[in-house]
Design a binder for this molecule. Sequence first.
Ligand code: FAD
Ligand code: DLZ
Ligand code: SF4
Length: 519
Amino acid sequence: MTILIPVLGDQLSPALASLRDIDRDRAVVLMMEVWDEATYVRHHQKKIALIFAAMRHFAEELRSDGWTVDYVTLDNTDNTHNFTGEVARAATRHAARAIRTVAGGEYRVRRMQDDWAARTGVPVEILEDDRFVCPLPDFYAWAQGRREQRMEYFYRDMRRRTGLLMTGDGKPAGGKWNYDQDNRQTPPRGLNYPAPARFAPDATTNAVLALVGARFGDHFGDLTPFALPVTRAQALVALDRFVATALPDFGRYQDAMIAGQDYLYHSSLSLCLNLGLLAPLEVCEAAVAAYERGDAPLNAVEGFVRQIIGWREYMRGMYWWEMPALGTANALDATRALPEFYWTGDTDLRCLAESVDQTKREAYAHHIQRLMVLGNFALLAGVDPQAVSDWFLVVYFDAYEWVEMPNVVGMSQFADGGAIASKPYVSSGAYIDRMSDYCGRCRYDVKQKTGEGACPFNALYWDFLARHERRFRGNARMRNIYATWDRFDAAKRADYRASAAAFLDTLVPAAPGWARHDA
Ligand code: FAD
Ligand code: DLZ
Ligand code: SF4
């Protein structure tokens, strides 16, 4: 009796639940490169290459490990180009008596899996994805009893659950749960920034690069140079490099943005974690081991661990908790089209031009660029959150809906009405100026508040707060901001609002079709 084991493109973990406790001689692993997945949004070219290259390497590793792998390539002439069609074909091809798979990470894919038994006539076992620290039922139990589901409290539970950075008597290491007040510094000039580990493409990856260039060459983003990790061995090298060279300063410079420094002290390990090449706990344990050796300070290691067992797990839980409503959420009734410069980078706002340019080259931008430049601008300008979400899903090498959507629709655009963020992440130019070196060489003057030549973030910020006054005035965390607004006289308020309106009028909407073929 043959058991068919479909392994999806972000399930590249040797310890995957569907690959455990099974007789390899009776199993066929199915992996599928399908057009529908590469184009349901028109992913960045580098992201498609990354996923296909990692999939092909993983298939080779499974074969060396004794598995039979049926790998359907994109140019296979019989390819139906969707998961369900390929599972059905393979079930027939191998006369499968059972199908065993791990739950897809995206709601859309999970619904497809529900269809497989009916489509194939073969029983389907769908296993929980246990590569996360917090199983979904546990997250739901945590979320259920609370009026608000805030990350900070969830994170403390995850620290207790994992024992990471905990003392023997159940207290947080160093006495505090969170060391963020030591972070948020701006790096001094002339630092020797670390570089993430990079890997020359081998023959397998080069074949993928040729395929992607030929078939997806009209998608957003630069395909080459390509030097991302595509195997678990390379991911482990990238992890070691990060721990040795960047982790010690990860905390204090976490919120900084420097033109030309794409990675600063960030790990760029999201791509390895989200593909399954690294497990979240092993990454955290490597960071904690550096702390215990005295190689990295507590504020850096705690901050890093919080991103993974805190934010990453929380976002995954909130995605499933809020879906499918999250997919259409628009609490602030934002309807503006995404500006064209998100795709072209052609804008005089230097912070945005730099962030888009790096996104185009690297398929990467770090958290503060995503939140406080790209997301902040879209929120202030009132861009439709689903259009913003599509953009983020296309452009980043770590973007899968389960992590992209709660970050964008929830945290960044406040479109879920505040389930994830307790207040909107908006700022004027002053924040960007404080945390970056972008403003110095910008055509706009960050200190000028309104009128021609003023930093557009300044007027947009007050215009946003005025537009949404009824919703946010009562928010305790925004009391001081509205107190400032109240001190402005009518003429000043009108000036801010007119300045914002004049700027918004200049925005050119993106042509349809950048993110979705059918748009
Ligand atoms: P580091 O700064 O080195 O952080 C370490 C790890 O922590 C990351 O690798 C990541 O796994 C995890 N992490 C940190 N913050 C978050 C978070 N908010 N949510 C989930 N995991 C987190 N992350 C994605 O993995 N995919 C996305 O599509 C994505 N879209 C985002 C969109 C917006 C608008 C925002 C504000 C954030 C988004 N994030 C996303 C979260 C975060 O920005 C990225 O995880 C991070 O920038 C990845 O780079 P890094 O590996 O260098 O992170
Ligand atoms: C993102 C992506 C792309 C571009 N291509 C494939 C593919 O051809 N085959 C595959 O198995 N997965 C792909 N993925 C990932 C899926 O779209 C999806 O994000 C995951 O299966 C999570 O549900
Ligand atoms: Fe961005 Fe304003 Fe600074 Fe220019 S001045 S880089 S638009 S924040």
